[in-house]
Design a protein. Structure first.
Length: 206
């Protein structure tokens, strides 16, 4: 999993008035959980944007007043009208300890069902998993090349060493549905078609 380094400063005062003042100064109030006690601090708004407005999930190397801690983002609060980052909760991660985190899904290949006019429907953009930080991938890759019209891929079919998937096992991650103009008889995969052409050529030669 990718890492990013951020620096923060301890908040001298904790409260709504202080939090609003920090936001006006271009800072984001934050809390670090998972240690012996909660740590209230702030980071710059620009640094917050780097870890919020991205499809990537990071292990964050936090440096707070000289102390270095590895953490992940636990929760984000955005302003309902402006989408400005107003608060971030971080969770400290320790070597060998399992964490729960959402990992983005990355599809690979070109679905045979889509080639035949079907419509790809993706219900999940990320999946909730549990595992050690060292086992967490940048993304969960799902090969859709063999997904035909009417076929679905469920959470139960996900299998990555070291990870436990926490979403319902029967939940549909993605699938290809019939759409207007879709071919009723699906084309075979390219390798099969090429094999048939070779066979016909050999028959003609005989």
């Amino acid at each position: 999993m990718k890492t990013v380094s951020l620096s923060g400063s301890i908040r001298e005062n904790v409260g709504k008035k202080d939090a609003n003042l920090l936001r006006r100064e271009g800072k984001v109030p934050s809390v670090l959980y998972g240690g012996k006690e909660q740590v209230h601090f702030h980071i710059s708004e620009n640094d917050a944007k780097k870890i919020v407005f991205t499809p990537n999930v990071y292990v964050i190397e936090l440096e707070i007043n000289g102390n270095k801690i590895n953490a992940i983002v636990k929760d984000i609060q955005l302003h309902p009208l402006t989408d400005k980052v107003v608060h971030i909760d971080f969770l400290e991660v320790k070597d060998g300890a399992a964490v729960k985190i959402k990992i983005p899904i990355k599809t690979t290949g070109f679905s045979i069902g889509v080639r035949n006019g079907g419509k790809l429907s993706q219900n999940f953009r990320s999946l909730l998993v549990e595992g050690k930080v060292s086992d967490l991938p940048d993304a969960i890759e799902v090969d859709i090349s063999k997904v035909r019209i009417g076929h679905k891929i469920r959470v139960s079919e996900m299998n990555i060493s070291g990870l436990r998937f926490l979403d319902p096992a029967d939940a549909v991650v993605l699938g290809v549905a019939m759409s207007r103009g879709a071919s009723e008889v699906e084309e075979e995969e390219e390798e099969g078609a090429e094999g048939e052409e070779v066979a016909e050529g050999e028959a003609a030669a005989e």
